[in-house]
Design a protein around this ligand. Structure first.
Ligand SMILES: [Zn+2]
Ligand SMILES: [Zn+2]
Length: 184
């Protein structure tokens, strides 16, 4: 049976508690996990969900941060620098204005490498596990957030691939190759 609870407009609750159209199992869910969302009731009919914040962390979990929408963009970058820095075919970068990012833990562990001769290219990384972490883009007010660090769905999706001309010769579109849920 479906039941509704009327919340005051603007109420903020963790997304884990917000399965619209799903009955409760009776089990206690972990509080404060998942992204925070705000619900707005429009004309008593429509429920609008607005994402409040997305959290992220490095591989070892020492560095934690939070970013708040609206985000400035989301791009795959196939430049040679991003290939080197990620060890992969491309970087997946979310951009966020600097007033919308906050460090939650481990800021003192962050090391920084500014590529000599580059105008903007930098890598900030966790000195404990080596994961890239968000960095402020030099000469700009935006932060670059490696999307793989995000622990919740940022809702925004990549809008384009840049530096396509320098993509790795071995890169193939994911839809062209078989997929498995684990190691084969
Ligand atoms: Zn780490
Ligand atoms: Zn790049």
């Amino acid at each position: 049976m479906l039941s509704f609870q009327v919340l005051p407009q603007g109420t903020s609750i963790p997304l884990d508690h917000a399965h619209v159209g799903r009955t409760h199992s009776g089990q206690q869910r972990r509080a404060a996990s998942g992204p925070r969302v705000t619900y707005t009731l429009v004309l008593g009919k429509e429920i609008k969900m607005q994402l409040e914040a997305v959290t992220g962390s490095c591989l070892c979990g020492s560095v934690k941060f939070e970013i708040k929408p609206p985000f400035s963009g989301f791009r795959y970058c196939h430049c040679r620098r991003c290939q080197k820095a990620t060890g992969s075919s491309h970087a997946s970068n979310v951009f966020v204005p600097q007033g919308q990012i906050a460090w939650l833990a481990g800021e003192a562990l962050i090391s920084r490498f500014d590529l000599p001769g580059a105008k903007r290219f930098s890598v900030w990384f966790c000195s404990r596990c080596g994961s890239r972490v968000p960095h402020k883009i030099r000469e700009r007010d935006d932060y670059l957030v490696p999307a793989g660090l995000l622990d919740n769905d940022p809702v925004i999706r990549p809008e384009n691939s840049i530096f396509w001309g320098s993509k790795a010769p071995w890169y193939v579109e994911p839809r062209e190759i078989p997929k498995f849920t684990e190691y084969t």
